[in-house]
Every structure is written in C-alpha cells, then in structure tokens.
Design a protein around this ligand. Structure first.
Ligand code: SF4
Length: 422
C-alpha cells in the first residue's frame, strides 16, 4: 500500500471533524488534510438541512414575539428543500423519488410543531450558535468549535443544548449518554457562563417525535476532555492516515480515491473485453489460480496426514504387540520409540488452568526464572493505548530503543459473490 507522508495542520477541530477521524483516518485526510472538496450530498442531508433551517427561522420568530403558523414553517421547509435539491444530490437507490424525500422532512416539521406548540417550554438563547473553547495538547493550543442547533434556558434555570436529528434510526439512552458532540458543546457553554449549574443535552429525533436527554457529571466531563485531547494528539502524530473500512464507506464521498475501493470502481466501469487486459485484474486472476492449487494441495496434505497418523498408530501397536523397537520392510525399516512426556496447560488450550498455573508460579521465586517477555503484548498494549503515565513512558522507551521498523504486507483473497467458487 502506498505510504502517505501527510500532516494535519488544523488548528480548529469540530466534534464532527474528530468523529470523521475516529471512523476513518483516510477519509479525514482527504477532507481536512488534502482538502479535496466533493460537491455531493445525499437526500438525507438535503432533508436534514431544510428541517434545521425551518426550525432556525421558527425560533427566530418565536424569540421576536411571534409564533408562526404551521403552514408558514412548512413553507420555509419547502423553500429550503427546493433550494437544496440540486444536481449534486446522489441517491443510493431509486426507491424514493424527490417528493417522497420532501415529505419525510415535511412530516418531521409537522410532528415537531404539533408536539411543541406554542414553544413556551423554554427560552431560546440562540440558534445556530457557534461555541468553542481552547484545548492544550502536547504543549500546543488548539480550539474545539462547533455550532449548537439551539441553546435554550429551561424554566428551572438549566441550560439545554438542543440538537435536531432527522435520522431514520432512533438510538437508545446508552448511545445518548456516550455521545460526545453535545457534551463538548457543554464544555464550551460552561466556559462562556461559568456560574452555570445544570446543563442538559437534548436530542429531538424529529422523525419519531422522541426526545433523548443526557446529563454529564464532573468525571464524565474530565474524561471527555482527556479523550478529545488524545484524539487531537493522535491526529497530529498521524502521517499515514490508514483507511478504516466499515459500514460508513457506503456514504463516503472519496470511494474512488480510497485504496480500498479505487481499483474495483475503475474495473467495474471497464467494458468486459478491456477488463481482462487490466494488469491488476490479470494479477488477481493468476493469484486466484495459485490459491486454488494451494487449497487442493492443502486438502490432499490433510488426507495424507490423516493416513500417516493412522499408519504410525498401526506400526506402534504392531511393534508393541511384537515386543520389537524396529520393524523391517523391503525398502526401509521403521523404528518406534516410546517416551513419556508432561504437558502443561496452554493459554489457548486450557486458558483457565493456564491462568491458575501462572498465578501459582508468580508466588514462587521460580517466576523470575521462567517468566518471559511478551513482546506482542507490549506492542499491542502501546497500539491500543492501554497505559498512561509511568507505564506508557516505559513501554514507549523500550519500543523506541529495541524496536525496529519492518514493512509488513498482507494479501487477502475475497471471492466476489458472483464468482463460481464463492
Ligand atoms: S471508502 Fe471507507 S475506508 Fe475509504 S476513505 Fe472512505 S470511509 Fe475510509
């Protein structure tokens, strides 16, 4: 795989930008490091933006002292939807027409409007408010910034950070309690209004008419800040931006550039006659043929191994019964030896017994004699950021002093669903 020596020069990070890195560093690279812009949006994005605009204007009116009728808010939504639905909209399948999508958002507006009219449950402080705070990472100062859909003051004096979601899926409470976008905004709100007591994070899932609320404590806020700092540090130290394929690839606007998808996309667009002349296609087909032969040989070897084991058993039985150690044949002779061996439980074979044995051994001075360094665990622990403080410093120093870099390439064959041998 081609190695990119890229560097992120960002100074500002929004929660969604951090989320892109978390989901796929390569997508982050294309969007924020290489700054490759793609004029491409999904119907869901058009609906979401139009619903947000309608609610933004609705609350601007309410704050100004006038509550618009539902028709008026629907009119704003329709206007924004029409403006957003342009040639750059990419539909994943043709099952829904433009008007079906328009109705999805229109229903969201109606459900929310009827559920919250006359909009007096709280007082809007701001809509689409930019919030942010500085964060020091590895001795450098950055900013975390973003836009709150609506910031409100509830009747009990609590701040409410409100987010509108037009997604089809309705997450559960656990998901809400783990979300960190609004939680980062809370840190900004608390900084802006230091005497703030309670802050509620509130998501309106407007397709379902359902509201989720999450409240974070001091411990959760401290952890969030540390996690955000660690993520920024990881971005700043990343020079490779590995692709991380996953379910979100279906919505990725950079599939044609991504090393995971670029060649299959290019090949799929070729006429069949040209396809088989492509060097990559030829290499894969040759590899498929080799893999096929390898598999046949492996199967054969397995059969031979079974036969061999059986023959060895028969020979050992015969030698034992005949009271001999060597059996003569015509072209060769076979010697049978019998040895008693002790086997200890292994980590993979008998995990529980192995752990018990290790615990017992640790209690004895023998441990210093038989314990071995687990280099794999050291590298994996470092990669997974298992340690902090002294342990992290020790692990980093050992790997820096004794580790050597080697480029490891792996090739994995995945048969296409329509292939004969799939
Ligand atoms: S297609 Fe998937 S793996 Fe490739 S950049 Fe996009 S999200 Fe990452």
């Amino acid at each position: 795989m081609e190695t990119h020596l890229e560097e992120d020069r960002s100074f500002k990070f929004s929660p969604s930008k951090l989320g892109v890195y978390q989901n796929c560093p390569r997508r982050y690279q294309y969007r924020y490091v290489d700054k490759i812009s793609r004029a491409r949006k999904t119907p869901e994005t058009v609906v979401g933006v139009a619903v947000h605009s309608a609610f933004e204007e609705l609350y601007a009116f309410v704050t100004g002292g006038r509550t618009p009728a539902l028709d008026e808010v629907q009119g704003i939504y329709d206007r924004e939807f029409a403006a957003g639905w342009d040639a750059t909209v990419v539909e994943k399948d043709g099952r829904f027409a433009k008007d079906d999508w328009r109705k999805v958002g229109s229903d969201c507006v109606e459900l929310y409007y009827n559920g919250h009219h006359p909009f007096s449950e709280d007082r809007t402080v701001a809509v689409e408010k930019r919030v942010g705070f500085p964060i020091t990472v590895d001795g450098h100062e950055y900013r975390i910034e973003g836009f709150v859909d609506r910031l409100a003051l509830a009747s009990d004096g609590a701040f409410e950070i409100v987010d509108y979601k037009t997604a089809k899926s309705l997450p559960n409470q656990e998901h809400a309690d783990q979300d960190w976008q609004l939680a980062l905004y809370e840190l900004a709100v608390r900084r802006e209004w230091p005497d703030t007591q309670e802050v509620r994070l509130k998501w309106h899932y407007v397709r379902h008419g359902k509201t989720l609320i999450s409240i974070r404590d001091d411990v959760a806020r401290a952890k969030l800040l540390a996690d955000a700092g660690a993520l920024i540090s990881a971005i700043k130290h990343d020079h490779v931006f590995e692709p991380r394929p996953g379910p979100l690839c279906d919505w990725c606007e950079y599939r044609d550039l991504c090393p995971v998808f670029a060649h299959p996309i290019k090949v799929a667009a070729l006429p069949p006659a040209e396809r088989c002349r492509d060097d990559g296609v030829r290499l894969v087909e040759s590899y498929v043929e080799i893999e096929g032969r390898r598999k046949r040989l492996k199967d054969e070897l397995k059969t031979v191994e079974t036969e061999r084991e059986q023959a060895e058993g028969e020979l050992a039985d015969w030698a034992e019964a005949a009271g001999v150690a060597t059996i003569a044949g015509e072209s060769a002779q076979v010697t049978v030896t019998v040895k008693e061996e002790v086997h200890l439980p292994t980590k993979t074979g008998e995990a529980e017994k192995h752990a018990e044995l290790e615990a017992e051994a640790r209690k004895t001075p023998l441990w210093a004699e038989v314990a071995r360094l687990d280099g794999h665990a050291l590298l994996e622990g470092l990669k997974a950021r298992c340690w902090t403080g002294e342990l992290l410093a020790a692990a980093t120093s050992l790997v820096a002093r004794y580790g050597h870099h080697a480029r490891k390439r792996a090739v994995r064959l995945k048969r296409r669903a329509d292939s004969d041998e799939a």
